[in-house]
Design a protein around this ligand. Structure first.
Ligand code: ATP
Length: 225
């Protein structure tokens, strides 16, 4: 069976940078499917702006028309911080013989060494890194060493092993970020064409990134709620 791509993120909101990256990975790396996993309580981020329910709704709407995209809400059903290593372990329990490819943008990959039990991740999955605008692959330090030891240019290596390899893959550079989208909406501008219309509809109908909602989210964060 072909590898399954695992794509976690806050998706606050999901946009074409995420979708195009996942689609190019799906095709170029011959993945069986890509699973989008919205994070519940992201340990590195401290907060999200749209509720978990809305982020899930946006991911579901954005991916509904691609049959090889799957939405997985396990992190939203789990209490406590959403550690990737726990998510991978729970998928691995269900799919013992399937190759798993954790999809990360280069910015996320560069922060890998600060992740909870990061050194166990390659035991559970491959890591496939998408080039993102403005970021370079590390050639020294722990990540440089990791790439030297486990890096591969061969897509077949991702099929022949269930975990343990790092593959860096150039994707079409779409300089879109969720942060910029939230700022744009907060400034009263239209995020159209940065994401599927169905996602924009959720944003517009819920006003989740309107100024007062963002201020409320900031306040909740300040009070640790
Ligand atoms: P924010 O601006 O809130 O930090 P983001 O746009 O980076 O959000 P996340 O949900 O945090 O989105 O990202 C999930 C994953 O998608 C990460 O691995 C990130 O590197 C990757 N990613 C995000 N935007 C892009 C993009 N434009 N191109 C390629 N990968 C991306």
């Amino acid at each position: 069976m072909s590898p399954v791509g695992i794509f976690g993120g806050t998706f606050d909101p999901i946009h074409y940078g995420h979708l195009r990256t996942a689609f190019e990975m799906l095709q170029a790396l011959r993945f069986d499917e890509v699973r989008f996993i919205p994070s519940g309580d992201p340990p590195h981020r401290g907060r999200t702006y749209a509720s978990a329910q809305l982020r899930l709704e946006m991911v579901a709407a954005a991916t509904a028309r691609e049959e090889h995209f799957v939405v997985d809400d396990r992190e939203l059903r789990r209490d406590g911080p959403s550690y990737t290593v726990d998510t991978l372990a729970s998928i691995r329990q269900e799919q013992t013989d399937t190759a798993l490819g954790l999809i990360l943008g280069m910015d996320a990959f560069l922060g890998l060494c600060s992740w909870h039990r990061w050194d166990e991740i390659l035991d559970l999955a491959h890591i496939v890194v998408a080039h993102r605008p403005g970021w370079r692959a590390p050639d020294m330090g722990p990540l440089g060493e990791l790439i030297a030891e486990f890096g591969t240019h061969r897509v077949d290596d991702l099929h022949e092993n269930t975990a343990g390899r790092i593959h860096i893959h150039a994707v079409t550079q779409l300089e879109i970020s969720s942060t910029e989208i939230r700022e744009l909406v907060m400034a009263g501008r239209d995020p159209r064409f940065l994401m599927p219309d169905v996602v924009r509809d959720v944003i517009m109908n819920s006003s989740c990134y309107a100024k007062q909602e963002i201020q409320l989210a900031e306040k909740r964060k300040l009070h640790g709620q």
